[in-house]
Design a protein around this ligand. Sequence first.
Ligand SMILES: O=C([C@@H]1CCCNC1)N1CCCCC1
Length: 328
Amino acid sequence: KRQDSSAPASPSGGVEYLVETDVGGQKLNLDFDTGSGDLWVFSTSLSASSQANHHVFNPSSSSTYKAMSGATWRIIYGDGSGASGTVGTDTVTVGGTTVKGQAVELANRVSAQFVQDANDGLLGLSFSNINTVRPTQQKTFFDNAKSSLTKPLFAAYLPLNANGAYDFGAINARHHTGSVAYTDVDSSGGFWQFPSTSYKVGGTKHSLSGVSAIADTGTTLLLIADAAVTTYYDAVQGASFDNQQGGYTFPCSASLPDFAVRIGSTNYATIPGSLINFAPIDNSGRTCFGGIQSVGQIAGMSIYGDVFFNAYYGVFDDAGPRFGFAPI
Ligand SMILES: O=C([C@@H]1CCCNC1)N1CCCCC1
């Protein structure tokens, strides 16, 4: 029962956190994504141009890899990026946690965004009911590992501009302050999803009736309904929606109010304004891009990405299931 471990998560360009993962003896830097359910890797089946600047998995060089005859996968993410390919199984090790016979999805096609990204693939940590392998749906790394962990949980520690960690099997007290508050999770859609029906800007409460949020470590920003985004940036001097940037920007010198979101029927998680200045839009450092942006046309949904996790340790507990959070 003691396969518990903590794997370092390194911030990459402020866009994602990468975890060094051993797949059949080959090291790949994967983006751990609680918002999707596929473990897929750049592979030697890709075109040479798609492979450029990535570590790629070569099934022929793994003594433990087994092809899964007739299985394929294809995933399209909410941001329009995507990948597809074939499937096999191999031994996958993250930190000190090993799964034998893990479904490993080999990409033979990836969208342009992935060729530009720093990751060598994704390791999905959503529920397995949204895994895209067909004809036989496959389980996530966590689903396969959980029976060998002290507790069936993992946690994400993703501090801003510093090395973080994914903890498996136990909560790491060094990765949070205060006590962990929990909310029940509705896993029917495959996500770590819970009601999030109000928010506060600088202390003033606003409702978002009927809205749910998902905890998504694979999303960079905090994405929420247009009404909330407008309310937030109305409180920021000089902020405006910049069509060219595709989001709200403001003077980098602006003072940003705190943004609190209600998690379930319990308390609010408060993200300090300082964490809502995502990045300058150019090298002049004059204009900055906001960490809170619109979720777009995904009605009734908020997506709490890394901007949330920069402020809160996230506990993904299969017992429940439930989502826990505590200030970093
Ligand atoms: O594709 C995604 C995200 C993209 C970024 C990485 N995590 C998964 N979804 C989550 C939100 C609902 C739609 C699907």
